[in-house]
Design a protein around this ligand. Structure first.
Ligand code: PRT
Ligand code: ZN
Length: 226
């Protein structure tokens, strides 16, 4: 168990699609920071809320370990890691606290444009490339489809052209990346956006009060945006 702390620590993406919008949203809640030299840690000035700047994939684990109290991360990353923990028989250690209304995308299954799509059964025995193996495996299992999941950390859409896979399961926003690779989306596994993630149980001590205050301010900031 981590010792009581009187400062709230939020993990956000250091660089990437969610980095700037996450900071902007927190700033609109009245937070401001003094940045450290290495740009990994931002010390909160107006409130006792500090930022840790990390890779998005590390955020759920940092919450699970209690290194950070909260995080801003894509629902896709959060649920993938939650499914992965579940598969490994580990207890849930983080959950979505609130959707934040930016970073919208969907996790989609896509097949070559020239396939006549007849449904998930068509994937039987096929190879599907993805960076979301736990979410894809759960989706296939629910449909009783046995397919080979090929795990790639990037450049998933090019896998069919390279002969590494028959289909892909990847994030889509405009759809232009799929189209450029002669693929078409045929099913949505998950509607995603950036979320505030936190532990399963509410925070205690001073951090609980800071988290409540932050949530109230987030409600206000998000209401104005709509
Ligand atoms: O370095 P780090 O590990 O922190 O960053 P990252 O490269 O893993 O993540 P990043 O910054 O690319 O994305 C962060 C989060 O943004 C994702 O986890 C999603 O929640 C969200 N998001 C929203 C997206 C997209 N839209 C998106 N379009 N993440 C990725 N993409 C990619 C997609 O994988 C595909 O390659 O964009 C391409 C498709 O875009 P369209 O517009 O052509 O469909
Ligand atoms: Zn990442």
């Amino acid at each position: 168990l981590s010792p009581p702390r009187d400062r709230l620590r939020i993990a956000i993406q250091k660089s990437g699609r969610l980095a700037e919008p996450a900071r902007a949203l927190l700033a609109s809640c009245g937070l401001s920071w003094r940045e450290s030299r290495d740009r990994l840690f931002c010390y909160g000035e107006t409130l006792a809320v500090d930022l840790l700047l990390v890779r998005d994939d590390d955020i759920p684990g940092l919450i699970a370990e209690g290194v950070c109290d909260l995080g801003i991360v894509g629902r896709n990353v959060l649920l993938e890691q939650a499914h992965d923990r579940e598969r490994g028989g580990r207890p849930p250690a983080f959950r979505e606290w609130r959707a934040l209304g930016f970073g919208g995308c969907r996790l989609a299954l896509a097949v070559p444009e020239d396939w006549a799509w007849e449904g998930p059964a068509q994937l039987r025995g096929k190879r599907i490339a993805t960076s979301y193996p736990a979410l894809l495996a759960a989706w296939l299992r629910e449909r009783a489809v046995e397919a080979e999941v090929v795990v790639l950390s990037g450049s998933v859409e090019i896998a069919p052209r390279l002969g590494q896979a028959d289909a892909v399961c990847d994030l889509v926003s405009t759809g232009s990346t799929l189209a450029a690779n002669q693929l078409k989306p045929v099913a949505t596994l998950l509607e995603s956006e950036a979320v505030l993630a936190g532990p399963v149980q509410p925070l205690e001590d001073a951090r609980g009060e800071l988290a409540d205050l932050l949530l109230r301010r987030l409600e206000g900031a998000l209401r104005i945006r709509r």
